[in-house]
Design a protein around this ligand. Structure first.
Ligand code: UDP
Length: 454
């Protein structure tokens, strides 16, 4: 029965791969907590994850954000303009008001939908979590108007609303709204950004980024208490590089991993060619063996171009070309150096795997801050040219002690417990709300949900 399940609606949009990945990670974390810590988390939590713009945006541009993001990520000057203008007081005001005029009613339909059956609006979620920068202002307004039965727009909200920021070293101002119950941020820089936007210190919680289960401290096989698991992990050596390499069909040798974005952006062909040539000449002039793994993401053209017969890598180095992989944690744990665009998820994942990074590009705005994040934490650098990347690979390979130091630095910055920590706090909040609702203090009833405010 519904009584035995708490429900959380997670608002996101598929602009880039990171938001849905974070939403899924939180959903998985709730399930794991319910299984492994049943005394503290006796109630199952059901997540209703929704791309609110694609599914409820009434017209262009709102229902085309995903396609627009892809175009703008390719032509980053467009993105830069859009991002920077959107951060100005005028841009923020325009966005907020246009959004409210266009989307209030459709978004209200989204926020009042039944978490188990989206075609019905008879019972809404017990709590709302946003993992997207454009899902704060209007959803908060809508919840306030629903919960106070139309009496007020800014007060009276009883449904808990939480933001979980999925950017790392920089974030757009729209991420932060002082009206939220809690705002989870992954870094000091974003804590400050939140406070600059009037979010108070006692609303802010800092654990790290929510990321996929394979990157949690105990990997995908977490089944016991942290103590038991710790011992088991040590005994089995689950992160043993040679074993992981073997399971992936890779050779057991020094490995450079090149990753395109979730969408395969970022000039990956030229990068692989430059780094491949450098590794070939290094292998020919030393007695070392080198391997390069290229993960092209959804970039099929790059995958074809870099694979035989189109490219012959010769006998000096091992090259393995993949499309989109679902086991990035294993590929990262098998590698020694990562070349990637400055995506927040990828950087946090690399850090957990102790993998030094060469950042090949960044989206102006929200990814710009990820460069100093990596540099200041001492586990990598930015190289804008493919020759620069290849040089840096050579330099790092020539200095094992430097590589080791960067590996240690990455592990210090890593937050492998963040996802479960965030999920524990969210679960506590939704349980409190569930108790309130049981005692009849709720506004989630059919009658009030169906009351529309204009
Ligand atoms: N990724 C993956 N398989 C691939 C390529 C990428 O699972 O073949 C994942 C990567 O591990 C990361 C995400 O895609 O979790 C990309 O997220 P990020 O925040 O780095 O960039 P975004 O795509 O959101 O801009």
């Amino acid at each position: 029965a519904d009584e035995d399940v708490a429900t959380i609606q997670i608002l996101m949009s598929d602009t880039g791969g990171g938001h849905r990945a974070s939403a899924n990670a939180l959903r998985d974390a709730f399930n794991v907590l319910h299984e492994t810590e049943p005394d503290r988390f006796p109630l199952k939590i059901h997540c209703d994850i929704v791309d609110i713009y694609t599914d409820y945006g009434p017209f262009f541009p709102y229902n085309q954000y995903v396609a627009l993001y892809k175009i703008m990520a390719e032509y980053s000057f467009l993105w830069k303009w859009f991002y920077e203008f959107g951060s100005t007081p005028l841009g923020l005001w325009l966005n907020e008001n246009a959004l409210e005029l266009s989307c209030f009613e459709p978004f209200q339909d989204c926020l009042t939908r039944n978490p188990f059956d989206s075609s019905k609006n008879d019972k809404r979620a017990d709590m709302v979590v946003s993992v997207h920068p454009l899902c704060q202002d209007l959803p908060l307004k809508i919840l306030s108007s629903l919960d106070s039965n139309g009496a007020s727009r800014s007060e009276g909200r009883v449904t808990p609303f939480v933001t979980v920021v999925t950017d790392l070293g920089g974030a757009h101002p729209t991420w932060f709204n002082e009206g939220v119950d809690k705002c989870f941020v992954p870094s000091d820089v974003l804590k400050k950004a939140a406070m600059d936007r009037q979010v108070k210190e006692n609303q802010i919680v800092q654990y790290g980024l929510p990321i996929r289960r394979g990157f949690w401290r105990f990997g995908a096989d977490y089944t016991g208490s942290p103590e038991e698991q710790d011992e088991a992990t040590e005994m089995e050596g689950v992160h043993h590089k040679p074993t992981i390499r073997e399971s992936l069909g890779l050779k057991d040798m020094t490995t450079v991993l090149i990753v395109g974005g979730g969408d395969g952006m970022g000039g990956i062909i030229a990068q692989a060619q430059a780094v491949g040539e450098k590794l070939q000449s290094l292998a020919a002039s030393t007695n070392e063996n080198y391997q390069m793994v290229v993960v092209c993401g959804n970039n099929k053209a790059a995958q074809t171009t870099l694979s035989p017969p189109q490219t012959n890598w010769g006998a000096d180095i091992e090259v393995n070309v993949q499309g989109f992989v679902n086991n990035m944690d294993e590929y990262m744990r098998a590698s020694d150096i990562l070349i990637t665009k400055a995506g927040p998820g990828t950087i946090a994942e690399a850090s957990i795997c102790g993998l030094p990074c060469i950042l090949s590009s960044f989206l102006p705005g929200q990814e710009e801050g990820n460069v100093p994040y990596v540099e200041e934490n001492g586990f990598g650098c930015y190289r804008g040219s493919v020759d620069g990347m290849a040089e840096t690979v050579q330099e790092w390979l020539a200095s094992p002690s430097k590589l080791e130091q960067m590996r240690d630095n990455a592990l210090v910055a890593a937050r492998p417990d963040a996802t479960l920590d965030i999920a524990r706090d969210l679960a506590d909040m939704v349980y409190v709300r569930k108790e309130e609702l049981k005692k009849g203090g709720g506004a989630n009833s059919k009658k009030e949900t169906q009351t529309k405010t204009k």
